[in-house]
Design a protein around this ligand. Structure first.
Ligand code: AMP
Length: 440
């Protein structure tokens, strides 16, 4: 199938040829004709499936063919995204696709001065990419009117809800014209997303670009069990042993990010970190340098997960598992993009067994466990399975100290250390649908 056969106009086909896109991806094949025909869309599409072009190409075509000129402080198509990084990324893609079209595009997001954004909006914008919080600020200050919005795109809708933007989405929704086309993209479909879709969409066409809630199948995934306090040691060991060249590492906390970056830099690695505490300019620079290959190891909290689009990223490492299992899919979506293969390794300690179980339930995969010699944990990570069950083995009576002892993973070891009893595991809710902090 070709892009031309989907009914796209020549200026778009020329832009795609320049970008080297020869064939539409699955989500593009389904979404483009439907959006061109004016339908609402509810698409289950992960990052890496080509979903951005799936909505941007037909949207740009519709705006071009209609030909109306955008009025001052108005916008004709609004694309809502969860993070600043994603706003930049989506805007860059839209700009590339629109290079031969007489349309204006712009991106607005928080964390940077609002004044230049207000100035630019005075002239009106055909396609505006925005994070919900900043968009509402601009709307409340009358820098932007919504009455000319014909198309609304909710990109990574699940992530917007996860980041606590439900209120902002409701407020934007209330201010939009009732007659408009709405396109909703989400990697995962929780009940809350379905509820949102029910309110915002009008008889949508459902498009599923990949099996629901299943991570990209081109990603090789496995788990290395390890004691919590040895995670950073294990990461440094794997980095050396496996000769990883370009690695994206996810850590739970800002502190965790900073500590690992400091340690790696002290060892002479080109490492940098991004998290919500760092100014936008610093985050963007770290991202750009990582994309350019100047930074080899980028350590990030989940905030970065959505905004990173790097071709051929071979390695993602979860130093910590995410609390929300859907974030696991988003994280490993950084690798194995557009048909490339990638690896996603999770360093998992006993405390994280409930999170591991929730991930396995969501992906319907029992992740392979691979012990790393020298790092086999004292605190055993209980067995789990793809039904999301934690299999708690009955406690064995203690063996006498002398001679070989049975190690924490149930194998006989040379060590004379008697394994410590397995700690009670903290219960973590399997699906966290409630609001979360905006800056993890
Ligand atoms: P997305 O899922 O929209 O983030 O896109 C993932 C990556 O695939 C981006 O780097 C796009 O530039 C690229 N891409 C999207 N569509 C195509 C296509 N039809 N052919 C080749 N690359 C594509």
């Amino acid at each position: 199938m070709t892009f031309a056969s989907l009914g796209l106009i020549d200026p778009l086909l020329r832009a795609l040829a320049t970008l080297g896109y020869t064939e539409p991806t699955a989500v593009q094949q389904k979404a483009i004709p439907a959006v061109l025909a004016g339908r609402d869309l509810m698409a289950a599409a992960q990052t890496g499936t080509g979903k951005t072009a799936g909505f941007a190409l037909p949207l740009l075509q519709r705006l071009t063919l209609e030909g109306a000129k955008v009025a001052a402080n108005s916008v004709r198509a609004l694309v809502l995204v969860p993070t600043r990084e994603l706003a930049e990324q989506v805007h860059n893609s839209v700009r590339e696709y629109a290079v031969n079209l007489p349309l204006s595009t712009y991106a607005v997001y928080g964390g940077v001065s609002i004044n230049p954004q207000m100035m630019r909006l005075r002239r009106g914008v055909d396609v505006l990419v925005a994070t919900p919080g900043r968009l509402l600020d601009l709307h409340r200050q009358n820098a932007i009117k919504f009455n000319a919005v014909q198309v609304l795109v909710l990109d990574e809708a699940d992530r917007m809800l996860d980041l606590g933007f439900a209120e902002e989405l409701r407020a934007v929704y209330a201010a939009l014209p009732k007659r408009r086309q709405t396109l909703l993209f989400s990697a995962t479909f929780s009940d809350n997303i379905r509820l949102l879709a029910g309110q915002m969409l009008n008889e949508p066409l459902s498009v599923e670009a990949s099996p629901r809630n299943v991570a990209a199948s081109t990603v090789k995934q496995w788990v290395v069990p390890v004691d919590k306090k040895r995670k950073a040691d294990l990461f440094c060991h794997l980095l050396k042993a496996k000769r990883w060249k370009q690695v994206l590492v996810f850590a739970k906390t800002r502190n965790g990010v900073d500590q690992l970056v400091e340690r790696l830099q002290a060892q002479g690695y080109a490492a940098d970190g991004i998290h919500g505490d760092r100014p936008q300019a610093t985050r963007q620079r770290a991202l750009d340098q990582f994309k350019a290959g100047e930074v080899a190891i980028l350590v990030a909290t989940d905030v970065a997960a959505r905004g990173l689009d790097i071709e051929d990223l071979p390695q993602v490492v979860n130093l910590d598992l995410p609390i929300n299992p859907e974030d696991y899919i988003h994280r490993i979506g950084r690798t194995g993009r557009a048909g490339n293969t990638g690896e996603a390794v999770s360093l998992v300690c006993a405390d994280e067994v409930e999170q591991l179980a929730a991930i396995e339930r969501l992906t319907r995969i029992t992740l392979k466990r691979v012990d790393e010699p020298g790092f086999v944990p004292d605190h055993r990570v209980p067995e789990t399975n793809a039904s999301g069950e934690v299999i708690k083995k009955p406690k064995k009576p203690k063996k006498p100290k002398a001679g070989g002892t049975k190690g924490a993973l149930g194998r006989w070891t040379e060590s004379a250390d008697v394994p410590e009893p397995v700690k009670a595991v903290r219960k973590v809710p399997a699906f966290n649908t409630g609001p979360r902090k905006r800056k993890p």
